[in-house]
Design a protein around this ligand. Sequence first.
Ligand SMILES: Cc1cc2nc3c(=O)[nH]c(=O)nc-3n(C[C@H](O)[C@H](O)[C@H](O)COP(=O)(O)O)c2cc1C
Length: 182
Amino acid sequence: MNIAVISYSYTGNNDMLAEFVAKGLSAKHIKITAQRPVTMRTIIMDMLFARTPEVRPATDVITQYDLILFCGPVWMGHVASPIRAFLRYLKSNPQAYGFLSISGGADGENKTLHRELLKRTGKKPVILLDRHIKTLISKGSKPTRNDTSEYKISEAEANRLSEAAVKEINRLSKHLLNSATV
Ligand SMILES: Cc1cc2nc3c(=O)[nH]c(=O)nc-3n(C[C@H](O)[C@H](O)[C@H](O)COP(=O)(O)O)c2cc1C
């Protein structure tokens, strides 16, 4: 199965996760970059006004892959805006996709992610893994939004989180291959 890991990252966590996931799956890793500088202000404006920023590479770079694994942060309960153009592209294209995230989790679960992905792409993700930084910060304390947003995961943490994702995706891709050949 031809898999691409497409990542966007503002502070580096999700790019690092994506790197390990791609390595674990021997998949191509493609990083999304925004055409205009991303700041806290542009993030909030994108979220409030449902903007889709212009990004590189062009969305049709994913055409040749059977499974697209997006990796990116959650912002204000939503998938980070630079991934939106790719999600929209999937609406008229047949590929299976998944969404992996290392998000903060300071306010609990990001409950509407599945619904948002379904709405943006017109189909369910084959995998949705939202891992929280909150669980990486010392047990017993209650990290604030600031604590989680400032946290940079280590290579060891990214590697460990990627292993669970890779295992699940390997299991899934066998299933997807079987259903494609029936
Ligand atoms: C403006 C902003 C809003 C955020 N909103 C959420 C949120 O709603 N839920 C959540 O779990 N994490 C939230 N976070 C935390 C990020 O998802 C987290 O820091 C993530 O690991 C950043 O990923 P990156 O390093 O790949 O950019 C937010 C961070 C920022 C900067």
